[in-house]
Design a protein around this ligand. Structure first.
Ligand code: SF4
Length: 350
């Protein structure tokens, strides 16, 4: 990656290139269900349960999974929009709640949401919208910064600066949201379904813009999407979530050629593909995801997994490398030698 410049006033790197920019350990978030009782206790939605991962400096980590798998809740936890119940969020070597304040986290980590219109204050002009956060943070020259970023994301300041969000298209609004995020000089940008609401042609333009900005400013992305083809295009690694847990993580080329977890396999089989090398005979996922208020015991996927055995109902699989030193991790007893699973050790998913 050749970085030509960084955004002005970007916080200096603390730990060097080898230290991950973000480390998430055992993150948990349960939401209480109003008036709900389960087994004599207050019912909770187990939205995120024991999620751990790292994001390297300069990479794009794609997060995929069905609706309700916890990927957007994870994103909101990462930028401090909601409080975690348990776990650690370590940004550039500093622990949120310890040496890292919420204010500093929000300078370093910015987010772009799916709904480009709801993200913007309809009473602010585009120039004011982009400059707003930088002004609040006390960054120098917020208006000049906003105008330079407008230029960079393809919106002429002379034409667009004094317009309001309802006067521009969805693609242009998402460019405004990207400029608004970059105006805070972040190092990590969380993109939560940021291109999902756009037409395909506009989506491609915004994806290319994001790729260019990452290269140009040495940014790091977490890219959340339900669209595997889009995630493949922009990501270096892919993390798969199911019912609040991480079930597989791998570099894009590795997971594309071999999905180690039966859930990932089903997700890929449901994806439209023109590539004859990438068609699988795997039956698509059947049924709806289980209720996150009362998730299945053992492996949470066992109620939908065609390879499930009795041990899967009681033993929780651990996320572990497929081989020593591998960057490809999966949480499935199939890859867990000595688990007692009759197919363990056999490459049944190859
Ligand atoms: Fe299927 Fe068992 Fe693996 Fe879970 S642990 S994905 S139920 S084979």
């Amino acid at each position: 990656m050749s970085v030509t410049e960084t955004l002005p006033d970007t916080a200096p790197d603390k730990g060097g290139p080898a230290q991950p920019l973000l480390i998430v350990r055992d993150l948990q978030k349960y939401f209480p269900v109003r008036g709900g009782i389960l087994g004599g206790r207050k019912a909770v939605v187990q939205a995120v349960d024991g999620v751990s991962f790292e994001v390297k400096k300069g990479e794009t980590l794609g997060i995929v999974g069905e609706s309700g798998c916890g990927k957007s809740t994870t994103a909101r936890l990462l930028i401090g929009l909601i409080d975690k119940d348990r776990g650690e969020i370590i940004y550039d070597g500093q622990d949120l709640g310890g040496t890292l304040s919420l204010r500093d986290l929000r300078r370093g980590v910015q987010m772009v949401f799916q709904d480009s219109y709801a993200s913007l204050n309809p009473r602010l002009t585009i120039e004011e919208s982009i400059a707003f956060g930088a002004r609040i943070q006390g960054l120098p020259d917020p208006v000049g910064r906003a105008r330079r970023l407008m230029e960079r994301v393809g919106l002429s300041p002379d034409r667009f600066a004094q317009r309001y969000p309802h006067e521009v298209s969805g693609g242009q609004r998402q460019r405004i949201n990207i400029a608004r995020a970059l105006a805070m000089s972040p190092r990590l940008v969380v993109l939560d379904e940021a291109v999902s609401a756009l037409d395909k042609s506009v989506e491609a333009q915004v994806l290319n813009l994001l790729a260019d900005l990452r290269r140009e400013f040495g940014l790091t992305y977490i890219f959340i999407s339900h669209d595997l083809n889009v995630v493949r295009y922009i990501s270096d690694r892919i993390l798969v979530m199911y019912l609040g847990e991480v079930v597989e993580v791998a570099p894009v080329d590795q997971i594309w050629s071999r999905q180690a977890h039966p859930y990932t396999r089903s997700l890929f089989s449901a994806m439209p593909s023109m590539d004859p090398d990438n068609r699988t005979l795997e039956p698509p996922l059947s049924g709806d995801p289980p209720n996150p208020i009362n998730p299945p015991s053992g492996c949470r996927f066992h109620t939908r997994c065609r390879l499930a055995e009795s041990a899967c109902k009681t033993r929780v699989p651990t996320l572990r490398p497929l081989s020593v030193g591998s960057e490809h991790l999966a949480a499935c007893h199939l890859h867990d030698l000595g688990s007692g699973h009759s197919k363990a050790g056999k490459d049944v998913l190859a």
